[in-house]
Design a protein around this ligand. Structure first.
Ligand code: HEC
Ligand code: HEC
Ligand code: HEC
Ligand code: HEC
Ligand code: HEC
Length: 489
């Protein structure tokens, strides 16, 4: 009874102490938070350090790195080696040979440089070295056109252009008429030079200035191949709902050409900077390098451009004559942009950079991961921002798509190798050229389609159904070829 009030009083005291402590704690927390926020604001301001004056002549990424150390550090990490089930070049320290992985490719590329050396891709840091060292360059004659996608050549092209009489000065802003004339004059001149000579004009793999405006760091397109290619695409009738500004340009008077540096949205640029290189192209001694998009981006539209194309000397287009069968055939190269264009991600506005250069948070700063790599190494940032599934589930979905593509591709390769064997036998048995002609056309079609998916580097992921459609056609054309040979007997 007497002890009644005491617990009440001590309860009150206790409550007071707790409230006081909580308030003090909260104050400290708020103070800490404020300091943290202030620090982070400061950090955010320091994304650019402004230590070096960047202009149109600065090629060395280390100079850019003084102002943007985070992007530069990550950029350097493209030298790290990795492998996933179908991606990367392995961590053993050397490039994995795609010919050793799959000797059927030696039969398929017979008579062409790809039959002597063809490796898995590696990180951007290696692009110039790998090109200088490949047997496709050391044992075959190549031109300076190869450098379009393997080096920082924005400045090298302009310097060469000036030497070839283009107007203006090297520090003219990139988008001025003079600068563009320099760029194009140098590009065209370099395509005519022997590789060994042209490669002396460059000294870095792709660098900051190839994707960024030094004045304000905005994305920009610097490679003539894409500037011409996207204009040709804009003039075609192929629907491109994933490139809304191209669709918009088509509705205008079309007096000036479609120029991504003037028209494209930021989100489009986040893919177009990659499409400067990750695309199908023609690059050889007989014509200036070009992207064959005048009828659209699908495999058969590109095939149709080649089928109509004549070199300056009047001969019809082909990449090489197949050594065993005598067919004139085409070679596809890494059509990542083209295949991505047919997929649901492009359709939904998801860019290359969204998956391959996802945002990383460093303190208060959100930056783009310049360690360009397989998104399967960073599913949390590359995929889970949109797909709220566990990592294991996302990896499994990709593996299912890739394994299916791989199996179907293997069947297409078997079918093509069998056709090549039968064609070779028919030719050796003295079959008339008139009989072989239609079968050569079927080999060309089958081979082009198979290679389109094989040379593309996502093993079907960028557009699974489109990859399967193309492989289905490849198998059909190869089998049609075999049937035609039997009918011809
Ligand atoms: C929705 C996400 C996504 C988008 C968008 C995307 N990719 Fe990919 N990409 C992938 C995945 C997943 C792979 C398979 C990686 C692997 O097998 O390790 C891949 C593979 C690649 C590879 C081979 C990578 C390697 O490590 O071997 C290249 C090159 C590539 N993509 C380029 C592009 C380009 C260029 C674009 C835009 C035109 C693009 N990707 C758009 C997800 C994406
Ligand atoms: C200047 C041309 C060029 C540009 C621009 C370019 N790439 Fe590449 N990329 C290459 C070349 C060449 C390789 C292969 C290098 C090698 O194997 O030596 C490559 C390799 C890759 C790889 C494989 C990496 C690895 O470690 O295996 C990925 C992924 C990739 N690029 C994605 C992209 C994306 C995404 C973009 C746009 C943000 C882009 N690239 C822009 C030329 C380019
Ligand atoms: C339109 C851009 C472009 C042009 C032009 C180009 N490449 Fe590449 N190259 C790439 C891209 C993108 C990759 C990475 C994807 C891959 O390996 O499929 C690559 C990969 C390579 C590789 C590493 C993988 C392999 O195939 O062994 C070598 C070597 C190479 N190229 C040599 C050459 C040579 C030689 C030429 C000139 C005949 C050339 N490239 C012209 C874009 C280009
Ligand atoms: C293959 C093209 C490519 C190259 C090469 C490249 N970047 Fe970027 N960079 C991008 C893309 C894509 C973005 C995202 C831009 C956007 O969303 O507007 C970006 C964004 C940036 C940004 C803005 C902040 C951020 O991180 O999003 C800075 C700063 C930057 N890059 C610096 C550099 C520096 C420095 C180098 C050279 C060491 C470099 N970049 C090389 C493609 C490239
Ligand atoms: C910016 C958002 C975004 C990012 C990042 C993204 N996706 Fe998607 N993904 C989508 C959208 C949108 C669809 C279309 C389906 C839908 O509307 O839900 C889709 C569809 C898919 C599909 C089914 C369609 C198909 O092609 O078969 C798969 C599988 C997929 N995503 C995997 C991935 C993987 C793996 C990554 C990371 C490498 C990734 N996505 C990154 C938005 C995204």
């Amino acid at each position: 009874m007497t002890a009644e009030p005491r617990p009440a009083k001590s309860r009150q005291t206790l409550r007071f102490v707790i409230v006081a402590l909580a308030a003090a704690g909260a104050t400290v927390l708020v103070m800490l938070l404020n300091r943290n926020v202030a620090e982070r604001r400061q950090e955010a301001k320091q994304t650019s350090l402004d230590l070096v004056r960047l202009d149109e002549t600065v090629v060395d990424p280390a100079q850019w790195g003084k102002n943007f150390p985070r992007q530069h550090d990550a950029y350097l990490r493209t030298a790290e080696r990795f492998s996933t089930k179908y991606g990367g070049a392995g961590s053993e320290g050397f490039a994995k040979s795609r010919l050793e992985d799959d000797p059927r490719l030696v039969t398929i590329f017979d008579g062409y440089a790809f039959a002597i050396d063809f490796n898995q891709r590696q990180g951007h840091a290696y692009m110039l070295d790998d090109q200088r060292k490949t047997k496709r360059v050391t044992q075959r004659k190549q031109t300076g056109a190869c450098l379009h996608c393997h080096s920082s050549n924005t400045v090298a092209y302009r310097e060469l252009g000036l030497k070839h009489g283009a107007p203006g000065k090297l520090d003219d802003p990139f988008l001025t008429d003079n600068a563009q004339k320099q760029l194009y004059a140098g590009f065209e001149a370099s395509c005519k030079m022997p590789y060994d000579e042209a490669t002396k004009l460059v000294s870095h793999p792709v660098t900051c200035i190839d994707c960024h405006d030094p004045q304000n760091m905005a994305l920009r397109i610097t490679k003539p191949g894409l500037l011409d290619g996207i204009d040709a695409l804009a003039r075609s009738e192929d629907p491109v709902p994933h490139l809304p500004t191209v669709e918009k340009w088509r509705k205008g008077d079309r007096k000036v050409r479609y120029d991504p540096n003037r028209e494209a949205t930021r989100q489009e640029m986040r893919s177009l900077v990659c499409a400067q290189c990750h695309v199908e192209y023609y690059c050889g001694a007989k014509a200036t390098l070009f992207f064959p998009w005048g009828k659209g981006l699908k495999a058969e539209q590109i095939e149709a451009v080649y089928a109509e194309y004549k070199f300056a000397d009047g001969t019809p287009f082909s990449d090489w004559k197949h050594k065993r069968t005598g067919a004139d055939v085409y070679k596809a190269q890494h059509p990542e942009f083209e295949l991505w264009s047919q997929g649901v991600h492009a359709r939904s506005g998801v860019s290359c950079a969204d998956c391959h250069m996802p945002y990383v948070r460093e303190g208060a700063i959100k930056i783009s991961d310049h360690h360009v790599k397989s998104p399967l190494l960073d599913v949390a940032r590359a995929c889970q921002v949109c797909h709220r599934f566990p990592e294991q589930e996302i990896q499994a979905r990709v593996a299912t798509i890739q394994d299916r593509t791989h199996h179907l591709m293997s069947r297409a390769e078997d079918a093509l190798v069998q056709l090549i064997g039968e064609l070779e036998a028919a030719k050796q048995a003295g079959a008339a050229e008139a009989k072989l002609q239609p079968v050569w056309a079927l080999q060309r079609k089958a081979q082009w389609r198979l290679d389109f998916v094989n040379a593309e580097n996502s093993m079907g992921f960028h557009a699974p159904q489109e990859a399967a459609r193309i492989l289905g056609e490849a198998i059909d054309y190869a089998r049609q070829g075999q049937l035609a040979l039997r009918d011809a007997k």
